[in-house]
Design a protein around this ligand. Structure first.
Ligand SMILES: Cc1ncc(COP(=O)(O)O)c(C=O)c1O
Length: 391
């Protein structure tokens, strides 16, 4: 093994170990009895932590209305906790909307920023009183004008997603020129041209993405005004990162930077500012507990198999997300490839993970598993989704 790789492995393992110890220490008295469940996989969600994370975002982005992006974790306990503390919600489907309404959220505090929505969803949203929708195409304008007449619309700009572990910009968003055309078209269809949105990419650790996005938004804002379209709202989307196997930007630093940009590029503040974090609220409040179900040496690699995988909870491992792993053993570190529980060869959770040699049956702890895990999970191969335990 090359020495540098081993050193990096040791750094990573120590990072995960420290993270795990801190996570447990900060929840002392509430979490200990949950750490060795008889059945796995389990996702422990700290609802008190979720509440604190919301308040931290709200405090730092005090001028903003905060809409929690339900797609990150749609658990009833999470939604109820956030509704109780006054959060708004960003929803993408009828089911998400029903969930937040039944948790007691008021419809005025619900938005939908997905720019391409099923007609049935728009219809249902309109019937319960939602009047604000995102757009980024002429076809969406037609749909909203027909199903939800006179609604407020905000257009999604395409912005750089560089340095974001989970980029989103290829699928949605338009240029400033196109956005202007779409807004004019929406206006001609009797919709209220309300504002602008963008997404810098999920798990964004690159402040420059916010910089370019806000500059582009200011340009669109001015050009729309010159055409007689007075926009009122700027929605800066999600993107707030959490710690995975490296330290991430802090919400206070992002807020400080974004507010500075707004002062510079929006000398007259928009009437309404919105932010819709998902991962940044729930990501680091979830601990996944799995168990080692097998070990093997194959093709020169050490394989470790666990009882969950990319199809039942860890889908983001297929993209850019690198979870921290921890197990409670001492001893020399070995490099492992972590395989998921299913028969599919795509089901590989991580490579290059350094851990002490475990035994079959050991608990393997996966940190920062609170976002985009259970919501993506299926029962592929008949394996269970992680059971959620709120504490
Ligand atoms: C429209 C929209 N808003 C907000 C979010 C939440 O993003 P994040 O989890 O990065 O905060 C997403 C994520 O996909 C999204 O698509």
């Amino acid at each position: 093994m090359v020495k540098n790789t081993a050193n990096l492995g040791e750094v990573r393992f120590n990072f995960a170990k420290k993270y795990f110890k801190e996570f447990v220490e900060e929840r002392r008295g509430r979490i200990e009895k949950l750490l060795k469940p008889s059945e796995t996989p389990v996702l422990l969600m700290d609802l008190e932590g979720v509440r604190k994370k919301y308040l931290q975002v709200k405090y730092n982005f005090s001028e903003f209305n905060v809409y929690y992006a339900v797609k990150a974790n749609d658990d009833e306990g999470v939604i109820k906790t956030l509704a109780e503390v006054g959060s708004g919600f960003e929803v993408a489907s009828t089911e998400e909307l029903k969930r937040v309404l039944s948790a007691g959220a008021r419809v005025e505090k619900i938005i939908s920023s997905n720019p391409v929505k099923p007609p049935e969803f728009i219809d249902f949203a309109y019937s319960v009183g939602m009047r604000t929708f995102a757009i980024d195409s002429f076809a969406e304008v037609d749909k909203i004008a027909r199903i939800a007449p006179r609604s407020k619309v905000y257009v999604r700009l395409a912005v750089p997603n560089e340095g974001s572990d989970w980029p989103l910009s290829r699928k949605f968003g338009v240029s400033v020129d196109k956005a202007l055309e779409i807004l004019e078209y929406a206006n001609s269809k009797g919709l209220i041209t309300y504002g602008i949105t963008f997404h810098v990419g999920s798990q964004c650790n690159n402040l420059r993405n916010w910089f370019i996005a806000i500059k582009l938004s200011a340009e669109l804002w001015e050009r729309a005004r010159a055409k007689g379209l007075k926009l009122q709202m700027l929605n800066i989307g999600g993107g707030i990162p959490v710690r995975y196997n490296y330290e991430s930007l802090r919400v206070e630093d992002i807020a400080y930077y974004v507010k500075g940009l707004l002062r510079k590029y929006f000398p007259i503040q928009p009437y309404e500012l919105q932010i819709e974090p998902g991962r940044g609220i729930v990501g680091d409040q979830g601990l996944m507990i799995t168990r080692v179900i097998g070990k093997a040496e194959r093709g020169g690699e050490n394989w470790l198999y666990i009882d969950t995988g990319v199809f039942n909870g860890l889908a983001e491992a297929l993209g850019g997300i690198r979870y921290p792993f921890y197990l409670e053993r001492e001893g020399e570190l070995k490099e492992w490839t972590v395989g998921g529980v299913s028969c599919d060869s795509m089901d590989v959770v991580a490579k290059g993970v350094f851990l002490p040699e475990p035994e079959v049956g050991d608990y393997l702890y996966i940190l920062s598993a609170g976002a985009y895990t259970t919501v993506y999970a299926s029962n592929f191969n008949g394996f269970p989704k992680p059971k959620v335990i709120n504490f």
